[in-house]
Design a protein around this ligand. Structure first.
Ligand code: PXG
Length: 287
């Protein structure tokens, strides 16, 4: 059965959910997006994702022709129409159809698209054994050039790093910022544990403010674990006791090796597994 895709207020069969070749989302990557998850038919942190979508749009001077409440309702509608229980949702707002020039003022109206589909997860063994990743030579976008806080349709910065990771046999890759500090991975935030303290780069390291990152910080604090958002170097990752990545698709995934250096024991650490379990309880409990 064909999926129903939400496009500009209507739910249409996937084959009919199309955008123009003149859409500036295609021509220039001029648009914003979100990736969300549903668990048991309930969308995890829907309002937070929608808020981030609107903040991304505001940062690129794109006015979404719906209120945030209407966008939330449309997202729920797309999930319900496809009878999705555990799934992945991609919300996209493009600048819309324009001319073959950069000027966004020539674009008629933004295109609002919501795709609710099945989720493709990392293989189970990666969660059991932990990830081995490399540091990419591709630095994260300079915040003054294109802020990593904006989840824009131009993901080439991340894709170039991902290609480098894949060429090295890794499904993820670490990206440093313009100062040589640890930023984040291509589609995940990074955490390490050192002497029982949870460490993660601050937003001003030039990273996306991950919603899974926020949830994990809250979970850790509620469990009495000290959390510090501090600048980190590759060295801090190499010498950490434990590490893990967070993201909507990956959830909480252990990190066991960076650039051939074993992190901690080389096995998913106890605090990581504890946080992973708490995150699982939160999502499956539906909050
Ligand atoms: N950093 C970047 C650069 C991201 O794109 C995250 C961190 C994690 O954020 P959330 O809010 O999801 O906890 C992301 C996530 C995928 C995929 O298929 C993930 C993202 C974008 C596109 C695809 O894993 N963003």
């Amino acid at each position: 059965m064909s999926r129903l895709v939400y496009i500009n207020g209507a739910l249409v069969p996937a084959e009919q959910a199309t955008v123009s070749v003149f859409d500036h989302g295609l021509l220039y990557g001029d648009g914003v997006f979100e990736g969300l998850r549903s668990y048991g038919g309930k969308i995890f942190r829907l309002e937070e994702h929608v808020r981030r979508l609107y903040e991304s749009a505001r940062a690129i001077c794109l006015t979404i022709p719906l209120t945030q409440a209407e966008m939330c309702a449309a997202t729920q509608q797309a999930v319900a129409a496809n009878k999705i229980q555990d799934g992945y949702i991609r919300s996209i707002v493009t600048r819309g159809v324009g001319t073959l020039g950069l000027d966004p003022n020539h674009c008629a109206s933004p295109q609002v698209i919501i795709i609710a589909d099945a989720i493709t997860l990392y293989p189970a063994e990666l969660y059991e054994q932990g990830l081995e990743i490399i540091t990419s030579s591709v630095i994260r976008n300079h915040p003054a050039a294109l802020s990593p806080r904006i989840k824009s349709l131009n993901y080439l910065n991340n894709i170039l790093a991902k290609i480098e990771g894949l060429q090295a046999g890794c499904v993820e890759a670490l990206m440093l910022n313009h100062k040589g500090e640890v930023a984040e991975c291509t589609g995940d935030n990074i955490f390490v544990i050192r002497d029982g303290v949870l460490l993660t780069p601050p937003l001003d390291a030039g990273i996306l403010g991950g919603i899974t990152r926020d949830a994990v910080i809250e979970i850790a604090q509620a469990a009495g674990i000290e959390v510090r958002e501090v600048a980190l170097t590759k060295h801090d990752i190499y010498v950490a006791d434990e590490g893990f990545l967070t993201g909507t698709a990956a959830e909480v995934i252990p990190l066991v090796k960076l650039d051939g250096r074993t992190i901690g024991t080389g096995k998913p650490g106890p605090l990581t597994l504890d946080l992973q379990q708490r995150f699982h309880a939160l999502t499956r409990g539906g909050s």
